[in-house]
Design a protein around this ligand. Structure first.
Ligand code: AKG
Length: 209
């Protein structure tokens, strides 16, 4: 469903089996040799998610991407697995867009997880100017997702992102403000045996690859 020019919400894009497989993959990555961590941002505040960047690391102090986690433990960002990259491409294609994802931010939200209203604007200038989309996948508990305009003060829509949903924003929507105000505990499909929520956002930093 196109909710605004360039912004698409696909409910239940992923089957339960696909979600289960993705949860296993997310857990293995988040608890792997380069584990997810709670970033501390510029002003010294802690984020309310556990984060792991794949392909490139987003530095919460400089808001820049880099190969290694210089704001945390100096470890290299793990590579972005090919199957995830493919999935991002398929979802973008469903929205009539293309992405050659070269990075993904994997966030885990517990019952207190949230993320303030922000723009995704730290990727390469040419990629953003071309409107290459951000592709988001949600698994687990429902999130109250805010989707606003191009200015922070613009009105926002509250959208329930449920388990298996995909959300794509590119073209004229690429720089829209968005955030997560709350997680609704206990709303994940019981078969998933997941408490909390995983969210993956795929982006393409480089336009020419
Ligand atoms: O968790 C979400 O749905 C949004 C995540 C997000 O805004 C981000 O990673 O920049």
């Amino acid at each position: 469903m196109e909710i605004a020019p360039g912004a698409f919400h696909f409910r239940r894009y992923l089957s339960l089996d696909a979600q289960r497989a993705l949860i296993d993959q997310c857990r293995a990555l988040a608890d792997g040799a380069v584990p997810a961590y709670v970033p501390v941002v510029r002003g010294g505040g802690k984020m309310h998610v556990r984060m792991l960047c794949l392909g490139r690391h987003w530095n919460g102090k400089t808001y820049a991407y880099e190969p290694t986690r210089t704001d945390f433990d100096g470890l290299p960002a793990p590579p972005l697995p090919d199957d995830l990259k493919r999935l991002a491409g398929e979802i973008a294609a469903s929205a009539g867009m293309t992405i050659a994802a070269d990075l993904c931010i994997l966030n885990y939200y517990d019952a207190d997880g949230r993320m303030g209203l922000h723009q995704d604007k730290d990727e390469g200038e040419r990629s953003i100017a071309a409107g290459i989309p951000v592709v988001s996948i949600s698994i687990g508990d429902t999130a109250r997702f805010l989707f606003g305009g191009l200015r922070r003060k613009d009105p926002v829509d509250a959208i329930a992102l449920e388990s298996g949903d995909a959300f794509v924003f590119g073209g004229p929507a690429r720089l829209r403000y968005h955030g997560v105000t709350r997680i609704v505990p206990g709303t994940a499909p019981p078969d998933l045996h997941l408490t909390g929520r995983f969210n993956l956002t795929f982006r393409q930093y480089d336009l020419f690859r």
